[in-house]
Ligand binder design. Structure first.
Ligand code: IMP
Length: 199
């Protein structure tokens, strides 16, 4: 793509994304009618999705954030760590977890466990993207934007080494850009910025 030379192709255009997010917002508003909901966004990848989603929801809602990091030492352990906790207690609240992408399911499984321990009133998950081919732990998704193939995608909040979050669409990175396998490199604990610098 001329404007974005590192992007091989657009997987989900801005129009397609916006239409789907509005649909999700309508369904969420219908399902939570008469209730309040707290949207818990997992930093940083889900913030763009959250910003659009919240404007498509008509029931009263609050927003909170948490952040996790995947343990960088070993792929097999799949250890996830909380790096930033919620500001408000989610106890006795309807919590809707907003995720950018579910890959192995390890991150989501960990976060669901954390929140469930807070005795929430209800807990549901809204993920923009799902890569079912990569799943290592089954996790239920109550609302899903799109199922996508096992390719490393960026844009609409999703990054590679902190780049590309500002693309208005979801795109597939050129394989030459991710020499050592993209997200798998992340799981192996390699620093993607080293890979970028090696280009
Ligand atoms: P999981 O624990 O393997 O399900 O990983 C989920 C996290 O991995 C997401 O929240 C993203 O941060 C990251 N991730 C997985 N696949 C991609 C991708 O294709 N592009 C960007 N980040 C990804």
């Amino acid at each position: 793509m001329k404007k974005w030379p590192d992007i091989e192709r657009v997987l989900l255009s801005e129009t397609v994304l916006q239409r789907r997010v509005k649909e999700l917002g309508r369904r969420i508003s219908r399902d939570y009618r008469g209730e309040k909901v707290v949207l818990v966004s997992v930093l940083k990848g889900s913030v763009v999705f959250l910003a659009d989603l919240i404007r498509a929801i008509s029931v009263p809602c609050a927003v909170d954030f948490l952040a996790v990091s995947s343990y960088a030492g070993s792929e097999s352990s799949g250890e996830v760590r909380l790096t930033m906790d919620l500001r408000e207690s989610p106890e006795q609240k309807n919590v809707l977890l907003v995720e950018d992408i579910v890959d192995t399911g390890l991150t989501l499984n960990y976060i669901k466990g954390l929140l469930a321990a807070h005795h929430v009133k209800s807990l549901k998950v809204c993920a923009l993207l799902d890569k079912p081919a990569c799943r290592r732990i089954p996790v239920a998704l109550d609302y899903l934007g799109f199922s996508i193939p096992d390719e490393f995608v960026v844009g609409y909040g999703l990054d590679y080494a902190e780049r590309f979050r500002n693309l208005p669409f979801i795109g597939v990175l050129r394989p030459s850009f991710i020499r050592r396998g993209g997200v798998c490199a992340k799981r192996r604990g390699e620093d993607p910025s080293d890979i970028l610098e090696a280009q």
